[in-house]
Design a protein around this ligand. Structure first.
Ligand SMILES: Cc1ncc(COP(=O)(O)O)c(C=O)c1O
Length: 406
């Protein structure tokens, strides 16, 4: 039995590709200086690594605008706060869904309470998918933006992004996409979908470390800065510079965090190159990334489908939503009749060394709608790309053992 089998990749992916650990360590040792704050060779090279990372991310999300519009933030939550708060003005209306993470829900709640922003929270269908027409119907003359969680971090349903993007385009409303659960797993085409702001976090599917996130801002959208400070350029300017990324990046950026994203981006490309070679294909970088994503998604789906099938063997188990009926990522949530979620998580951990997540997973409205709040939420299982057969077997045996009693 392994000491730890990790089924909480929706919280953060772990482990990371070896190249990420190695490059973070070596770059931080060799270039742990403040980029853009001096003309020294080291500072210039650190800045170059950051600029290259912006370009790689722009390509990864098929964004043909200036790579200065790839802005780094502390994490996904920070990016969502900055994107939403940077767009709305008092009395504007915004649309979100009830599938959102607290990164969006609480941001919207505070804006509603403190800045008289009006918020409509669109409910998904019982299967966990949002109907784009429900979003269209929620649009009002003063609707300023739509925020969509691309995939639920509780039930794993992937929302119909292309159709929602079409609704936003038809109405001329900015769409913010929270890609926390899909970036690095599903291809996202900013240009084709004309996404207004794509927010991402570094520590999940993008295989970077904690403490780094970001957003890509379409050239037709401007965000007002919400925090102010040094940028290393235009220091004489009384106010925050208008130019991106400085407009939104006040203070020292996380060089180790960006180095991690940098190495991970290279890892995606080399995985894609390997896959292309195996298939006898000669493809460019963009196609390499697409191949890598399709492979990662397929590996993760195979795991989640086995977990799903195992859970379906027990009448006591209720899987929340119906991610099997449509697009999904490798995350599912369930409850068990007659057993508290806390007890199951404790047994998984203490008796079987399985790391899972019990509770509301920072997305309380999903649980309100599923009627799982009083039960203490759900057990969430989320295998990852590095989950191996031994991990799977240990989990499936653990489920047999624990649920066999029910
Ligand atoms: C859907 C979703 N949005 C936003 C976030 C917040 O990301 P971060 O942890 O990087 O702040 C998460 C993290 O769990 C998430 O799952």
């Amino acid at each position: 039995m392994k000491d730890n089998v990790y089924f909480d990749n929706a919280a953060t992916t772990w482990p990371k590709p070896e190249a990420v650990y190695q490059f973070m360590d070596s770059f931080f040792r060799s270039h742990g200086v403040n980029p853009g704050r001096s003309g020294s060779l080291l500072a210039v090279e650190a800045e170059q690594m950051i600029t290259q990372t912006r370009s790689m991310l722009a390509q990864f999300f098929n964004f043909s605008g200036a790579s200065s519009r790839v802005v780094f933030t502390l994490n996904g939550t920070d990016a969502l706060n900055m994107a939403i708060g940077g767009l709305v003005e008092p009395d504007d209306h915004m649309i979100i869904t009830r599938l959102e993470h607290n990164a969006v829900l609480r941001t919207a709640n505070h804006l509603e309470r403190d800045k008289s922003i009006k918020v409509t929270r669109v409910a998904p269908e019982p299967n966990g998918y949002v109907d784009p027409e429900a979003i269209r119907k929620a649009i009002k003359p003063d609707t300023k933006l739509i925020v969509l969680n691309h995939a639920s971090n509780v039930i794993g349903t992937v929302q119909p992004l292309a159709q929602v993007a079409q609704v936003a385009r038809d109405a001329g409303i900015v769409l913010i996409v929270d890609s926390a659960q899909t970036a690095g797993v599903l291809p996202i085409d900013m240009d084709a979908l004309d996404i207004g702001v794509l927010t991402f976090t570094g520590h999940k599917g993008l295989f970077g470390p904690m403490g780094i996130g970001g957003m890509i801002i379409s050239e037709r959208v401007d965000l007002k800065p919400l925090r102010f400070g040094g940028t290393g350029v235009d220091s004489i300017s009384t106010y925050q510079p208008d130019a991106y990324p400085y407009r939104l990046e006040a203070g020292t950026v996380s060089v180790p965090g960006i180095a991690g994203l940098h190495a991970a981006q290279k890892w995606f490309r080399s995985l894609g190159e390997e896959l292309a070679e195996q298939q006898g294909l000669s493809v460019g970088t963009a196609e390499q990334c697409r191949l890598a994503l399709a492979h990662i998604h397929a590996v993760e789906l195979a795991h989640i489908e086995r977990i799903d099938a195992k859970l379906c063997e027990f009448d006591s188990v209720r899987i929340i939503g119906s991610p099997r009926d449509g697009a999904r990522v490798a995350t599912l949530s369930f409850t068990v009749k007659g057993m508290s979620t806390e007890r199951i998580a404790d047994q998984l951990d203490a008796d079987h060394q399985v790391c899972a997540r019990a509770g509301l997973q920072c997305a309380p409205l999903v649980h309100v709608d599923a009627g799982t709040v009083d039960a203490g939420g759900t057990i969430r299982l989320s295998p990852g790309y590095f989950t191996d057969e031994q991990d799977m077997q240990q989990l499936l045996d653990a489920l047999d053992d624990i649920l066999g009693e029910t």
